[in-house]
Design a protein around this ligand. Sequence first.
Ligand SMILES: Nc1ncnc2c1ncn2[C@@H]1O[C@H](COP(=O)(O)OP(=O)(O)OP(=O)(O)O)[C@@H](O)[C@H]1O
Ligand SMILES: [Mg+2]
Length: 337
Amino acid sequence: MHLSVRSVTKRFGSVTALDSVDVDVRDGEFVCLLGPSGCGKTTLLRIVAGLEDASGGTVTLDGADLTHTPARHRGFGIVFQSYSLFPNLTAGENIAYGLRLRRVAAAESAARVRTLLDTVGLPGIEERLPHQLSGGQQQRVAVARALAVDPKLLLLDEPLSALDAKVRVSLRDQIRALQRRLGLPTLMVTHDQEEALAISDRVICMNHGRIEQADTPEGLYMRPATRFVAEFVGHMNFLTREDLGRIGPIRLAGGEASGTTVLGIRPEHVRLSPDEGCGNVLSANVVSRQFLGATTRLDVDVNGSRIVVDAPGVAPHVEGDAVILALPPERIREFPA
Ligand SMILES: Nc1ncnc2c1ncn2[C@@H]1O[C@H](COP(=O)(O)OP(=O)(O)OP(=O)(O)O)[C@@H](O)[C@H]1O
Ligand SMILES: [Mg+2]
């Protein structure tokens, strides 16, 4: 299985929702579309699903052109954000809906519903109506309904966003485990960067209808290709030419920073109380301190420039403390200004 989206563009009147987008989902892969509200994630997913026509470009599956194939003939399973179950049908009827359209015999359909409810961890709830289920249970029924037709590809649009934090994490782990077990290629939309990093084989980071970077979670976080990605995924300290004017020259792994780029360093890569010989040692003052459990976040001032530092565990520093920190050259990334 290889889904391939090539140069897909979508215009709604004067709004360009997608601007020449390329996406691949390969056998067994879990791919997330990640980006801020309005960047075109749902539009892209709907075009892949066949629920929306592209203004240009192609969608192919194993080389076969799907661009003009209606949704019901694509053989994809779809789960939407919320309230996607038919409210007047029981859980069992919801799951069996696609099977009925395919004229699967009643006994076979009932057996399939039972198996699917076991698969999503909700055995025996066939007779319940959606309003008699929790949000998380409803979304699991929606996943079972999407799986009922043996989809070639699973499409999920923010299936977890309406759920509270604990349920969201637990259900995301279940979806990931299920996806692995079935080897089912999956394309999921989310605007939650932690969710995308945790669940994906690859993340496609979008902004304003374009793809900024498609990479593994580690690649996206450790080697962000653009300033947007660096800022959207995790926290990044940026040092501009003005900052370098205040804090002095900064050495990079490949030489001294020219000042025509913007430098970036993650809070957890800034070293507190650095060893002798560490590059880019700076004197700073702690402006504020937040204890976050696993780490302590310090906001420090260096000659009028601010740097956020994440120290492991309980940092002994308090507001007003003078600290010495270092920006290890190999941890600094450069972005176009
Ligand atoms: N049917 C439509 N008619 C006109 N404009 C639309 C339509 N659907 C989407 N848009 C516009 O296209 C852009 C992309 O919308 P889309 O729903 O794909 O964003 P999204 O990334 O899913 O955002 P969110 O995270 O808020 O769901 C937005 O500017 C939106 O206003
Ligand atoms: Mg959306």
